[in-house]
Design a protein around this ligand. Structure first.
Ligand code: GDP
Length: 426
């Protein structure tokens, strides 16, 4: 991946998010010139560990940790500027110089405080398990054609006029939803005045920057957030995020044509997790679920919420392979399974008595499926020091072979720990 033939590669989550994309992007970024975030917002949280430092990046691509990489926040992202600035400050405090290396699409939409009030109010009634950061309402405004974009800050007086209308509308909605909270226009106006001088110097036509980089033969990594099963079209609707997390969304959200992309790496854990509500067919029973959570540190990077944990679900990964057009798989957190005596794998589902190999469209049907489990003998040896496939215990290699066969996608990377060097390139 990201070699002479795959100069434009997408990294996507191929489960329900939190697969360890941040680490893979960090590893691949070593060979990249540009790293581009293409969807989502500050609701995503990549965790990258370098030496004894842990970085949690919400909006800035994890490629920023490499000095030679320029990072772009694409038009498909909804940007929360204050959070972005806080991230930039955190990086600077820790010795990472970002000057001249981070640009934000001038077509990206802004997440403003009224979006967060709307998110909180709608979560109280809809209970989708959102992170409450205003991402959903910001995308609703984008598609409702009433969003405020980065470029609007160039004409602050016009932006203020837009705000008057948007804040009034948000307050009407809040009232309808029975919320006692109200957005204050003055606060929003002051916020835009404060944001403009720091955000505008970063604003650029980021699609053009990607286009030029590719034309010059430079290497571009497109970094997805969340996972395929949270894609607004392909995920377990309505328990999904508000954007297209899949590889098609990468073209749209980075501002390039789909023909420019020539590699799609799907990141999966060696097991399965999900946050928020909605079905998780291979959810592990007690005490195995708790053990996976504890060993894998399965708590949300942004919210701290405990993740629900279960066994590898091949139906999910096959589906993700299809809707993303995956050309390779990265299996992470293999080490988390090191101590298990037996490791079940969900090979397919049984739905109303019939074998089912494809993902049902209705979330209610997915809630009813029974996984068809295969039982694998655990290897019960540490894998964290392996740097080649041959270093792995034979049981672990057999497990990976089976995941590859069930998913139908070649495994290109295996991650065996949090550190940068704990990776096997196949
Ligand atoms: P992302 O949003 O997909 O990047 O995922 P998160 O950052 O939320 O979660 C990945 C977590 O798993 C981070 O804390 C990583 O440091 C950690 N991680 C990534 N790869 C591995 C691995 O191979 N083994 C272990 N034990 N942890 C890993």
């Amino acid at each position: 991946m990201l070699d002479a033939k795959t100069t434009c590669t997408v990294v996507v989550g191929a489960q329900w998010g939190d697969e360890g994309k941040g680490k893979l992007v960090d590893v691949l970024a070593e060979r990249a010139d540009l790293v581009v975030r293409y969807q989502g917002g500050a609701n995503a949280g990549h965790t990258v560990v370098i030496g004894d430092k842990q970085f949690i990046l919400r909006q800035i691509p994890s490629g920023i940790l490499h000095q030679q990489v320029t990072c772009l926040i694409g038009n498909g992202v909804v940007v929360e500027p204050e959070n972005l600035f806080a991230e930039l400050d955190q990086l600077r405090e820790r010795g990472i110089d970002t000057s001249g290396r981070l640009f934000v699409s001038d077509r990206a939409h802004l997440v403003l405080p009224y979006h967060k009030l709307l998110d909180a109010a709608s979560e109280r009634s809809q209970k989708l398990g959102t992170t409450g950061r205003g991402i959903g309402p910001a995308y609703e405004d984008k598609y409702g054609r009433r969003g405020i974009r980065v470029t609007d800050l160039r004409r602050l007086e016009c932006a203020k006029d837009l705000l008057e209308d948007r804040v009034a509308r948000a307050n009407r909605l809040l009232e309808m939803m029975g919320s006692g909270e109200r957005a204050r226009l003055e606060d929003h106006v002051r916020l835009l005045e404060r944001l403009a001088p720091r955000l505008l110097p970063l604003a650029a036509d980021t699609g053009l920057l990607v286009h030029r980089a590719l034309r010059e033969g430079r290497r571009v990594l497109l970094e997805g957030a969340q996972g395929a099963l949270l894609d607004v079209d392909h995920g377990t609707y309505p328990y999904v995020t508000s954007s297209n997390t899949t590889a098609g969304g990468a073209a749209v959200g980075a501002g390039i044509g789909p023909t420019a992309i020539n590699g799609v790496l799907g990141v999966v854990k060696a097991y399965t997790t999900r946050v928020g509500n909605g079905p998780l067919p291979t959810e592990a029973e007690s005490p195995f679920g708790e053990r996976l959570r504890e060993l894998g540190g399965e708590f949300g990077a942004v919210t701290g919420r405990p993740r629900r944990c279960g066994w590898f679900d091949a139906t999910v990964v096959r589906y993700a392979a299809r809707v993303n057009g995956l050309t390779g798989l990265a299996v992470t957190k293999l080490d988390v399974l090191d101590s298990f005596a037996e490791i079940p794998v969900g090979a397919a589902y049984r739905l109303d008595g019939d074998r089912c190999e494809e993902m049902p469209a209705e979330v209610e049907a997915l809630g009813r499926v029974q996984p068809v489990y295969e039982k694998h003998r655990g290897w019960q040896q540490p894998t964290g020091t392996a740097r080649r496939l041959a270093d792995l215990p034979s049981g672990a290699r057999a497990y990976l072979d089976r995941l590859e066969a069930l998913s139908g996608v070649p495994i290109r990377y295996v991650s065996v720990g949090t550190r940068r060097d704990q990776i096997i390139e196949v």
